[in-house]
Each structure stands twice: as structure tokens, then as C-alpha cells.
Design a protein around this ligand. Structure first.
Ligand SMILES: *[C@@H]1O[C@H](CO)[C@@H](O)[C@H](O)[C@H]1NC(C)=O
Ligand SMILES: *[C@@H]1O[C@H](CO)[C@@H](O)[C@H](O)[C@H]1NC(C)=O
Ligand SMILES: *[C@@H]1O[C@H](CO)[C@@H](O)[C@H](O)[C@H]1NC(C)=O
Ligand SMILES: *[C@@H]1O[C@H](CO)[C@@H](O)[C@H](O)[C@H]1NC(C)=O
Ligand SMILES: *[C@@H]1O[C@H](CO)[C@@H](O)[C@H](O)[C@H]1NC(C)=O
Ligand SMILES: *[C@@H]1O[C@H](CO)[C@@H](O)[C@H](O)[C@H]1NC(C)=O
Ligand SMILES: *[C@@H]1O[C@H](CO)[C@@H](O)[C@H](O)[C@H]1NC(C)=O
Ligand SMILES: *[C@@H]1O[C@H](CO)[C@@H](O)[C@H](O)[C@H]1NC(C)=O
Length: 568
């Protein structure tokens, strides 16, 4: 009968058709928003809602209500078959299509008068449908239990007796596994399914002052899928998190709720004592809840933000709570000061690397000669093989020969015996020693130049007196011939000092230049203690130095060399 429709009916009161007495001025409340629907043969009721504290003082002021048919202006009830007025209501017990129209109730108090119009709509029933043409909508939720309420009930307080019968479509509903009747007006549906959609009609039979009447209302429930399961907190995971003092820190609480439709879950951060502030200007606060719908549910996220970590934040338990009608799910984290030992470890590692590097460099400096010699013997293929440069001799040996000063003797022994003994016999170098290898009668200068050209290195042996004597010096210059070779580095020069030298003032600049650049090898130093037995082992320090400066030779190792690296 009554249907709440939020349609604003702008109704203009037609004064000549009004029930108000001539000269009576009633305050007009227009037309009631709610319209009343019925079908022919069934009851309908209009209610004059002017009896309200908003209109007048209903407790202390006496009042009379009169009903008028607005079309005719006649007062109701006017006789047999007319609607009945009872309390604030006007009852149409057996509606006809002609009853449709606007009815006006006028409420009179001793001092005032109010009027309000109500609209009655009488529609013929839809053929082929057992429900009413105007259905109301109620909501049912899938997988939950549901209740439909017959909207007619409010009027049943004013009838003498009534009973309700429910129908789904045209079929009467009986109590059972699916349905139950609750109270007088409610239909209970157990475990609602999608196929529970349909048209539900409550049909009421009532007795009003001895007259039996019928009325009905149809509900077409909106069956919606709405359910969700216990939320799952994916983050935090009851963890301990390390963070540094004064740092910015944040942690997101990530909650997933499986379900469909409206998911009513709240997520927030709290300590054991209180909720975290939601004020974004607080040092520790939580951001607003963000929700993201996915196919099978919803992700909810709330981030807790520490703008700057303070002492008091550590060792504190921060709990994320997901609150729903299924209870509370919680998970927490605890902050701990970042472990400084990690940084310490890094520093240590770095220091270790630096130390290793420094030691390696130092070791290389110290063992350079051994390493190079070792490499030459183990990986000969990476060095240019002898002979590939068209030279014949590995070294051209220059030594002071024209000596009347005594020291020449030892130089000649060294040049003609010691040197060939080690370098030629033991290590396989090919030397050119002037006087031994030069042909007699050869022009000295040409021979020197030619053979130096055929050599890869120049071994220059000298004693303290070698350059002090003008003759010897001249001879030397002549023999060596080429200042260029010495100074311009065209030939590699190995200087071997046979005696301890204190005064270099007489030395030619070219020799001093080479000495400064490459250093000298001092035979007298290693050999001073054992003059009787000259050091002849190729793996002794002296010979290693010589070998290191010598070009790479075709023979890879020296015969008496056991282990070049260990034999320092
Ligand atoms: C009828 O209207 C009055 C106010 O005038 C209200 O108090 C009452 O509840 C209404 N009756 C029904 C059944 O809606
Ligand atoms: C109500 O109606 C009766 C009879 O018509 C009348 O005697 C009475 O004064 C009225 N009361 C008010 C408040 O108008
Ligand atoms: C309503 O009126 C019609 C004829 O006007 C009659 O046939 C029907 O029985 C009546 N219904 C009730 C409930 O009185
Ligand atoms: C409605 O659907 C439920 C499951 O969703 C099923 O158990 C029930 O038998 C169905 N009822 C009808 C009348 O089809
Ligand atoms: C109710 O019925 C009685 C007799 O049973 C009658 O006197 C009275 O007028 C009826 N009331 C209405 C509102 O029709
Ligand atoms: C975290 O601890 C709470 C109780 O404090 C517990 O209910 C929850 O299951 C724990 N979560 C995880 C991921 O262990
Ligand atoms: C959370 O912290 C990360 C880095 O830790 C930062 O990139 C991000 O902007 C922070 N978020 C908020 C809301 O402060
Ligand atoms: C946190 O607690 C541990 C022991 O549980 C303690 O050693 C540490 O000092 C505490 N740190 C702070 C910042 O309170």
C-alpha cells in the first residue's frame, strides 16, 4: 500500500476544490512525498502525518482530523462503500480503480488549521505475475543468512486481527531448511544463494471492525555477493628491524582480505599503550588506510612513519591490527639500533684489502727479480724468443784489458772466465768478449761497432781505475764507441762494478747517466768474503741480478738453478 519513493511531488493546492471551510485559512503542507500503491480489490491506507511535534504540540493541544477527496472537495467517509477514517488513517478496504487520486487531510486545533495531501495510486495487477506491480527492494547477502521484512506491518497495530502468508513468485513459502518465519512480519532465509533472487510477496489478511480485507506487498531482494574471510597480515611478520638513530624509517602494514563486495576491515598501527597518531605533523604517525581491490579480495595498507628515530622508539613493539567482525588479527615489529659491527666489518675488510695490496706491492718489489726469472722459466712463450730480432749475441762484454795497474788482472779473469762460466755454460747465453771472440788484426773500431750491433746487451765491467787513467779511458771510449748506445738507450747496458769505488769524479758522463738510471751490480760486494771461491751459482743474488737484466734467452733455465724463487 505504502511505498516510499523519493520523488518530490510539487503539488499546487487547488483552492476551490479544498475541504477547508470558506474563510478558513489552513497552513498548507503540500503533498506527502510518499505515495500509496494498491491494486483493485485490495486494501490501502493513507496516513495523515500532521500529528507531529514539528507541526504543533501534540501532547497538550486537542485536535480533529478530517479527510477530503480533493477532486470533489467532499468530506470522507461519505457513506457505505466509502473509505473508513480511523485515528490518523483513512482505510480503503476494497479499492477500485476509481479510488485513485489525491486525498487531503485537514487537522484542526482550537487555534490553528493544517492541511496535507496524499496520493493513492491504484494499478491493475500485472498479468502473469503474482506479485504487486510496485515492488520494494531489500538486500540479501550471498552466503549469509538473510531476512525480508513485510513493509505492511506498521499498519497492523491498528487492525483487529491479521495473518501473513509469504510467496516466492506464485508459490506459497513453507518453513523448512531454507525459510523460517520470524515474528509476525519477517521471512528468514538461511544461507542466501544467488538463485534466491526473485519476487517475494507478503500477503496479509486482516479484520477491521468486523470487515475482512486483504493487502499484499512484493519485495524483489537485491542479492549481492558480499563476504570476506579472516584478514591475513603479510607485513610486518613479528620481526626485529635494525635502524639507525636519527634516521627516517617507515614500515607498511600489508593486509589481504579475501572476499567479495564491501569488505569491512579496518587496519591501524598501535603500541601496547595507544594508537599511533594520524596527525601527519607528528614525528611518529600513521598514514591513512589505503585500499586496493583485486579480483579475489582487497589489499589494505597503512604505513607507519618515523620522521626521525629516537632512543625511545627502540625496543618498542609496534603492532598492526586488522580489525573486522571476524575478530582482530595482529602482527608486530620491534626496532633495534643498527648493528655498528657491520660497518666495523666493512672497515676491517677494506683495511684488509689495502694491507694485502700494500704487501703485494712490497713483495713484488722485493721478489721482483725472482718473480721475473721464474716467469721466464715457466712461461717462456710469452717472451720474445731469442733470434727473432736478428742479433747474434746476447751480450757484448766490455772490460778494461789494457791494464798495467794490477786490477786489470782480476777484471780479465772475471770477463774471460767467471762470466762465460756462468752465463754461457750454465745459462746458455751467447756472449761476445773482445779479445776472445774478435779476430786478430781486425780493425778495432769496426769490429767493436759491428759486434755491438749484433748484440742485445752491453755488459760493462769496470774497476776503480778503469776511468781514472787517460789512456784506458780513451781506449774505453773508443771501444764502447757509442755514446749514443749508452745515453740514448739504444742498447741495454749492464754495469758491473768489480771493485768498491769511492770516487766517481773521473767517470764519463755517459756511464754515470746509465748508473743513475739503472743502477749497478756490485761484484765486489757479494764476492768480497770468498775471493778464493768466486760465486758461480746462477741462483745467487749477484747472478740473478745479472740474469734479470740480461735479455730473455732461448734456454729457459740455468743448469745449476734449483729454485730461483727460494734461493735468494
Ligand atoms: C501516521 O502518521 C503519524 C503522524 O501524524 C505517525 O505518528 C504514525 O506513525 C503514522 N502511522 C503509520 C502506520 O505510519
Ligand atoms: C472536533 O469535532 C467536534 C465535533 O465535530 C467538535 O465538537 C470539537 O470542538 C472539535 N475539536 C476541535 C479541536 O476542533
Ligand atoms: C470488493 O468489491 C468487489 C465488487 O465491487 C467484490 O466482488 C469483492 O468481493 C470485494 N472484496 C472484498 C474483499 O470485499
Ligand atoms: C541454489 O544454489 C545453491 C548453491 O548455490 C544450491 O545448493 C541450491 O540447490 C540451489 N537451489 C535451487 C532451487 O536451484
Ligand atoms: C464498527 O462496527 C460497529 C458495529 O459493529 C459500527 O457501529 C461502527 O460504526 C463501525 N465503525 C466504523 C468506523 O465503521
Ligand atoms: C605474530 O604474533 C601474533 C601474536 O602476537 C600472532 O597472532 C601472529 O600469528 C604472529 N604472526 C606471525 C607472522 O608470526
Ligand atoms: C619510506 O621509506 C622509503 C625508504 O626507506 C622511502 O623511499 C619512502 O619515501 C618512505 N615513505 C614514506 C611515506 O615516508
Ligand atoms: C633493548 O633491549 C636490549 C635487551 O633486550 C638491551 O640490551 C638494549 O640496550 C635495549 N636498547 C634500547 C635502545 O633500549
Amino acid at each position: 500500500m505504502r511505498q516510499k519513493l523519493l520523488i518530490l511531488l510539487v503539488y499546487t493546492v487547488c483552492h476551490h476544490a479544498t475541504g477547508a471551510a470558506v474563510g478558513e485559512h489552513c497552513k498548507d503542507y503540500g503533498t506527502q512525498f510518499e505515495r500509496t500503491f494498491t491494486v483493485p480489490g485490495e486494501a490501502a491506507v493513507l496516513n495523515c502525518s500532521l500529528v507531529s511535534p514539528d507541526v504543533f504540540d501534540t501532547h497538550t493541544t486537542p485536535y480533529n482530523i478530517s479527510w477530503y477527496d480533493q477532486r470533489s472537495g467532499t468530506e470522507l467517509p461519505g457513506g457505505a462503500g466509502q473509505p473508513w477514517a480511523r485515528d490518523t488513517m483513512l482505510w480503503f478496504l476494497n479499492s477500485t480503480l476509481e479510488d485513485a487520486g489525491t486525498y487531503e487531510c485537514i487537522l484542526r486545533t482550537p487555534s490553528s488549521c493544517f492541511k496535507l495531501a496524499s496520493v493513492l495510486i491504484v494499478d491493475p495487477p500485472k498479468t502473469g505475475s503474482c506479485g504487486r506491480p510496485h515492488a520494494s527492494i531489500q538486500q540479501l547477502i550471498v552466503n549469509a543468512n538473510g531476512v525480508l521484512v513485510c513493509p505492511l506491518l506498521t499498519y497492523m497495530d491498528h487492525v483487529d486481527d491479521f495473518s501473513i502468508q509469504w510467496y516466492k513468485g506464485c508459490e506459497p513459502i513453507h518453513e523448512g531448511d531454507k525459510f523460517a518465519f520470524v515474528g509476525k512480519e519477517k521471512l528468514f532465509l538461511k544461507h542466501v544463494a544467488v538463485n534466491d533472487t526473485g519476487s517475494y510477496t507478503c500477503r496479509m489478511t486482516f479484520d477491521l471492525n468486523g470487515t475482512i480485507a486483504y493487502t499484499a506487498e512484493t519485495i524483489e531482494p537485491n542479492v549481492i555477493e558480499q563476504w570476506y574471510q579472516q584478514p591475513i597480515v603479510y607485513e610486518p611478520v613479528n620481526e626485529t628491524i635494525k635502524a639507525g638513530y636519527e634516521e627516517h624509517f617507515n614500515k607498511t602494514c600489508r593486509v589481504f582480505v579475501q572476499g567479495k563486495g564491501k569488505i569491512d576491515v579496518d587496519v591501524f598501527w598501535a603500541t601496547a599503550v595507544e594508537d599511533i597518531s594520524i596527525n601527519p605533523s607528528d614525528r611518529v604517525h600513521q598514514a591513512p588506510l589505503s585500499k586496493r581491490n583485486v579480483e579475489n579480495g582487497e589489499w589494505l595498507e597503512v604505513i607507519i612513519i618515523f620522521m626521525k628515530l629516537k632512543e625511545e622508539d627502540f625496543n618498542q613493539t609496534y603492532t598492526c591490527m586488522a580489525y573486522s567482525n571476524k575478530g582482530i588479527v595482529i602482527s608486530h615489529f620491534v626496532l633495534q639500533p643498527a648493528d655498528e659491527s657491520f660497518i666495523f666489518l666493512l672497515v676491517l675488510l677494506f683495511a684488509g684489502l689495502v694491507l694485502t695490496f700494500v704487501t703485494s706491492v712490497a713483495a713484488y718489489k722485493i721478489f721482483k727479480i725472482d718473480i721475473i726469472l721464474h716467469c721466464r722459466s715457466f712461461f717462456p712463450y710469452i717472451y720474445t724468443r731469442a733470434g727473432s730480432d736478428g742479433k747474434i749475441y746476447d751480450a757484448y762484454v766490455v772490460y778494461p784489458r789494457m791494464c798495467w795497474h794490477g786490477s786489470g788482472g782480476s777484471a780479465e779473469i772475471f770477463a774471460l772466465h767467471t762470466l762465460p762460466e756462468v752465463l754461457e755454460k750454465k745459462c746458455g747465453y751467447k756472449l761476445f768478449i773482445f779479445g776472445r771472440d774478435s779476430l786478430p788484426g781486425e780493425a778495432v773500431v769496426e769490429s767493436v761497432q759491428e759486434n755491438i750491433c749484433k748484440s742485445r746487451t752491453l755488459i760493462l765491467l769496470y774497476t776503480a781505475s778503469t776511468f781514472s787513467n787517460l789512456t784506458s779511458n780513451l781506449h774505453f771510449e773508443q771501444e764502447v764507441g757509442m755514446h749514443r748506445a749508452l745515453v740514448e738507450g739504444m742498447l741495454k747496458v749492464i754495469l758491473v762494478e768489480l771493485e768498491e769505488i769511492t770516487d766517481y769524479s773521473r767517470f764519463p758522463t755517459s756511464v754515470l747517466h746509465v748508473k743513475r738510471k739503472q743502477g749497478v751490480i756490485q761484484w765486489w760486494k757479494v764476492n768480497s768474503k770468498r775471493t778464493s771461491h768466486p760465486q758461480l751459482s746462477p741462483s745467487s743474488k749477484f747472478w740473478k741480478q745479472v740474469r734479470y737484466r740480461m735479455p730473455v734467452k732461448s734456454k729457459t733455465t740455468c743448469s745449476s738453478e734449483k729454485n730461483g724463487l727460494l734461493n735468494l
